[in-house]
Ligand binder design. Sequence first.
Ligand SMILES: Cc1cc2nc3c(=O)[nH]c(=O)nc-3n(C[C@H](O)[C@H](O)[C@H](O)COP(=O)(O)OP(=O)(O)OC[C@H]3O[C@@H](n4cnc5c(N)ncnc54)[C@H](O)[C@@H]3O)c2cc1C
Length: 277
Amino acid sequence: MKASAGGYARAESVGHALDLLAGSDGQGRVLAGGQSLIAAMNMRLSFGDLLVDISKLSELSGVVVEGDTLRIGALTRHAQVGADPLAKTHAPLLTDAVSHIAHAAIRNRGTIGGALAHADPAAEFPACALALGSTIHAEGPGGARDIPAEDFFEDVFTTALNEDEILTAISLPVAEEDEVQILEEVARRSGDYALVGLCLVKRTAGHRVSLFSVGPKPILAVGAMAALDAGDLDTALDALSAEIDPPSDTQASAAYRRHLAGVLLSRAVARLKGDTA
Ligand SMILES: Cc1cc2nc3c(=O)[nH]c(=O)nc-3n(C[C@H](O)[C@H](O)[C@H](O)COP(=O)(O)OP(=O)(O)OC[C@H]3O[C@@H](n4cnc5c(N)ncnc54)[C@H](O)[C@@H]3O)c2cc1C
């Protein structure tokens, strides 16, 4: 099956893209790397009369440090994030995440903004954004707004972005000197979406734990975080199990996913303590 015929316009600037969306009567779809949108359109799961192509907006691409904040433009491709020295130094979780995302061809086209806006509950970057305490930056007809990652992911493939807004960047606090960032996931094959994934960040303020592929959206496991802050892994495992509502599907049962979540937390905590045996 192929996508139904529709319009296409290449945006010359963020303002131009916003004008195109505003004039599309709700039928505009932002096209970034196209790795999820085009596939969804080909399967007739996504419809839109106007593709607003933002992929040439170079001002939305790149990684910079601004004071204590790492800022990554929405159009920065997965492969660029994975190879970027600033990201590796200040947000190694993202560098690590890239190696788990799909395959080289997809990593060369897919963008971090696209992954966040798409909000696949099995995707790595949304959960990383939660664990790192990130802020999502958007622009719309009413101007710019900043959305904490914790408020951004609302449901399966659903975010706080309005239809007439564009995600412009993600920013996050640069890692402290002794901060530890760990990503653990289980997938059937390398490059497949994870059956379950977990991010663990340990900084002075405490632990942050997020999970993906355990429900309709990535979650911050606040009960497990509090228990880890108290040094109690057993309580953290119980809390984690109560905090997730994993699905059963053709890939894995809910019970197996719940079991895996506990295994991944135990593994991550072992790595945190330097016990990698
Ligand atoms: C075979 C396959 C395997 C994959 N495996 C994984 C995996 O293991 N892990 C993983 O995380 N991902 C995986 N992906 C998804 C991949 O990472 C996509 O690149 C990503 O989800 C979307 O990024 P994109 O730039 O291609 O966005 P697009 O496909 O262009 O857009 C996706 C959605 O986001 C919207 N959008 C995009 N950019 C913006 C923006 N700046 N502002 C507002 N809305 C925007 C679009 O309108 C669309 O609704 C896989 C994809 C494929 C095809």
